[in-house]
Design a protein around this ligand. Structure first.
Ligand code: AMP
Length: 281
């Protein structure tokens, strides 16, 4: 595996691959890698000739009071993980390599960026869309791999790719979970032992709603009540938002619909966690 830290390092690889007709797969991440990230890298390895992963904790997607400064990092461990997953080039730019000038050009995906996560984290999806656009321009991937764990992020990126005619296939892969169902996340490392135990309630609640839907109770209000009831059984966890939404527009649903998605964000102590579940027919 090779490491590129500057834009020109990366471009050298990309230009050679493109000239040779190689199909480029790309997995953008913020590092502190876990099995969820690895699942994306392994799929890229299967579907593409060459694989680029990036690790960049992108300042423009963090609000002033968020966790940018304390976001977990493990460069040595991440390198080993990427190498083992079959990554060809790991791109780890500095903030000044990505943003040599103070950022003044942004990509905004309207309609979907200011609801749910976007309402709680103003400017977050502007930062995400901007950095993913920049990374797509640098890596020139044929396919880019994202996790359903960040459902709204996937929606923003798919809409951005379509709206700006970007020539890249967006592949969304299932959420990888811990044994008790907690969605793997770099931010899980913030949790104390007690909080980690509490966090299992998120998936327990989503699964309880899924079970209810399977037995025929599919009204959004009933499913939300179920989720709230299960979460309330645990102490030290607060629901930030809970919505049952259209899978494409993410507009809240008043009545049941095929493929509706349950989206939840919670706070446990100082940590914010998100998760989601698609309710199939
Ligand atoms: P992050 O490093 O958190 O920005 O995530 C990088 C990519 O990995 C994004 O596409 C995430 O959706 C994806 N990802 C994060 N957690 C998981 C997970 N538990 N399962 C699958 N994909 C994930």
């Amino acid at each position: 595996m090779q490491t590129a830290t500057t834009v020109s390092d990366l471009r050298r690889h990309v230009d050679a691959w493109r000239a040779a007709g190689e199909r480029i797969g790309f997995v953008p991440t913020m590092g502190f890698l876990h099995a969820g990230h690895v699942s994306l890298m392994q799929r890229a390895r299967q579907e593409c000739d060459v694989v680029v992963a990036s690790i960049f904790v992108n300042p423009t997607q963090f609000g002033p009071n968020e966790d940018f400064d304390r976001y977990p990092r493990d460069d040595a461990g991440d390198r080993a993980t990427c190498e083992a997953a079959g990554v060809d080039v790991l791109f780890i730019p500095t903030a000044s390599a990505m943003y040599p000038d103070s950022p003044s050009v942004f990509v905004i995906v309207e309609g979907i960026s200011d609801i749910l996560e976007g309402a709680v984290r103003p400017g977050h999806y502007r930062g995400v869309a901007t950095v993913v656009t920049k990374l797509f321009h640098l890596v020139k991937p044929h396919k880019a791999f994202f996790g359903q764990k960040d459902y709204q992020q996937c929606s923003v990126i798919k809409r951005m790719v379509k709206g700006l005619d970007m020539d890249v296939d967006v592949v969304v892969l299932p959420t990888v979970r811990e044994r008790d169902g907690l969605a793997m996340s770099s931010r899980n490392s913030y949790l104390s032992t007690d909080e980690r135990h509490t966090a299992a309630a998120i998936y327990r609640a989503l699964s309880a709603a899924e079970q209810l839907a399977k037995t025929g109770t599919r009204q959004p209000e009933a499913l939300k009540n179920k989720i709230q009831a299960v979460v309330r059984e645990e102490k030290g966890i607060e629901i930030d938002y809970l919505e049952i939404a259209d899978p494409e527009s993410l507009a809240p649903l008043a009545s049941a619909q095929d493929g509706m998605v349950l989206l939840i964000a919670v706070r446990i102590g100082r940590t914010r966690l998100i998760d989601n579940l698609v309710i199939q027919r």
